[in-house]
Design a protein around this ligand. Structure first.
Ligand code: ADP
Ligand code: MG
Length: 514
């Protein structure tokens, strides 16, 4: 009896398990070489020839257009890691892949999938306790936040700019949006602009819009601006001079033109008299209105996108007005400074010190599109980790030290676990070794030697990471080198990798519709 369409494909039992595990491992493997400060970049080219050069795990996996359903679950690990904490995507993906690799060995030794799943979950609990034990005691201050930012950016193509000065900008930005209610991460925007060296990257105390003044002769700068935001068309209402009604004398034509001029003049006067000195409108503006406003010293932006209008409103506290007759001073927003600047083909408007919002913008500069794009990703990660570290107040040692400590604790506790589950718990510890091993391999060290040395140093001295410091690679306490990661990044990596790996291991039947 057939209960499925004849076209559907079904794989069952061990075959299903091993094909899923293989696919998952392959995906994890593909990002392994990008891990850590000496991680390499990947160049991804899509079918349209678009090129992305990146070191960011989540971006790589996203761009890879992965179809296999189990492999897709590893991509989701990276995605959820990115969403929840903003960093540690490569780590989570690589750990998930290695958990699958270890599970494969256990399945070959006839350990049942449910035993593996139970063992992994138990080990993950121990891992979370181990992370708690690694949390740095010192209070998370600006110095530590800068270290967090810098650690997340090392290895990213930050152009000519040192991670140190970028880290400072990032911490300043996050401090700006920090309040008793927590860190309003969404209030930090990143705006990229090609054309200068990455050294020109700076923090703008406000928002940046892709908008240009409606007229060349408008002021390029207005201090203490009173701002009106309109959804009003400042053009001649259609039909007046068209063939809608016949014009059969010069007098009539002149009258029509006068009427038109009068109407436009009226718009300009209403605005100028309202007292607004900067005006944004989401609709079109006739050149004659712009020109009249320019001579009144009013700065006007027309055809504003709806999202820019929202941003202006939330930055300045203006109220959007739908009809010119309704415009009143109480609708105005305020900002310390509105300025416009031309960058080659692009004009930008900067709204600084808006009355209503705390929003700030990291204005990212770089020589080429690829440089600014990767810089934008690096800064995005750094903003996320600094926000995460500031909110939870917890950081742990990086450079593989936390993973070494987790593996050690899990192995110790495994000894007290009965039956075959013990094998799964131990396998979990082995899987975590992938992080220090990969950091070693990516710095040209022998992974096995490095692992042995790291374990010995952990045993005798406590914290031990494989620190890359300029050209040197040393085994030492990462805290002393400022190599720190937010505890939540490690927690999330353990949890999401475990979840994906156990989900894949449990599948023994794949039914695919054609
Ligand atoms: P992920 O996507 O997992 O964040 P990264 O390529 O950003 O991957 O690498 C992060 C790892 O690099 C973390 O384990 C972090 O502790 C480590 N790391 C950062 N800076 C250094 C350093 N100077 N030396 C050694 N490891 C470092
Ligand atoms: Mg990172």
């Amino acid at each position: 009896m057939f209960i499925m369409s004849e076209d559907s494909q079904r794989t069952q039992g061990r075959d299903a398990q091993s094909s899923n595990i293989m696919a998952g491992k392959a995906v994890a493997e593909s990002v392994r070489t990008t891990l850590g400060p000496r991680g390499m970049d990947k160049m991804l080219v899509d079918s349209g020839g678009e090129v992305v050069i990146t070191n960011d795990g989540a971006t790589i996996l996203n761009e890879m257009d992965i179809e296999h359903p189990a492999a897709q679950m590893i991509v989701e690990v990276a995605e959820s890691q990115e969403e929840e904490v903003g960093d540690g995507t490569t780590t989570a993906g690589v750990v998930a892949g290695n958990l699958l690799g270890e599970a494969e060995d256990l399945i070959e030794q006839d350990v049942h999938a449910t035993t593996i799943v139970e063992g992994y979950h138990e080990a993950a609990q121990i891992a979370l306790e181990a992370i708690d034990e690694q949390v740095q005691e010192a209070e998370v201050d600006d110095e530590i936040l800068k270290q967090v930012a810098e650690s997340s950016m090392t290895g990213k193509g930050t152009g000519g700019l040192t991670a140190e000065s970028l880290a400072e900008t990032v911490v300043e930005a996050v401090r700006h949006v920090d309040s008793e209610d927590g860190v309003a991460r969404d209030n930090v925007a990143v705006h990229t602009q090609i054309g200068a060296s990455s050294n020109a990257t700076e923090l703008v105390p406000g928002i940046v819009l892709d908008e240009e003044p409606a007229h060349d002769e408008m002021p390029s700068e207005v201090e203490n601006a009173s701002i009106a935001v309109l959804d009003v068309e400042l053009e001649v209402q259609t039909g007046e001079i068209d063939a809608e009604y016949a014009i059969d004398s010069i007098d009539q034509l002149n009258a029509a033109i006068d009427a038109e001029e009068g109407e436009l003049q009226g718009y300009a006067e209403t605005i100028a008299e309202s007292g607004a000195d900067v005006v944004f409108t989401t609709d079109g503006v006739d050149d004659r209105v712009s020109s009249a406003l320019a001579s009144e010293g009013v700065l006007l932006f027309d055809d504003l996108t709806s999202s820019d209008a929202k941003d202006v409103v939330s930055a300045t506290g203006a109220r959007r007005v739908g009809a010119l007759d309704d415009l009143e001073e109480s609708d105005f927003g305020e900002a310390d400074l509105i300025r416009t600047e031309n960058f080659g083909d692009d004009d930008l408007a900067f709204i600084e010190g808006g009355a209503a919002a705390e929003a700030v913008t990291v204005f990212v500069r770089g020589g080429t599109e690829h440089v600014v794009d990767e810089l934008e990703r690096a800064i995005g990660d750094a903003l996320d980790v600094v926000a995460t570290a500031l909110e939870s107040g917890e950081v742990v040692p990086g450079a593989g030290a936390t993973e070494i400590a987790i593996a050690d604790k899990v192995r110790q506790e495994a000894a007290g676990i009965e039956g075959r589950k013990q094998l799964a718990v131990t396998a979990f510890a082995d899987a975590l070794d992938i992080v220090p091993r990969t950091l070693a391999a990516n710095t040209g060290q022998d992974p096995i030697d490095a692992l042995v040395d790291l374990r010995a140093a952990h045993e005798s001295e406590g914290r031990a990471g494989l620190i890359t410091d300029g050209e040197d690679v040393t085994i030492d306490d990462p805290f002393e080198y400022g190599v720190v990661d937010p505890a939540d990044v490690k927690r999330e990596a353990v949890e999401s990798a475990t979840e994906a790996a156990t989900m894949i291991v449990r599948i023994d039947d794949v039914i695919a519709a054609e």
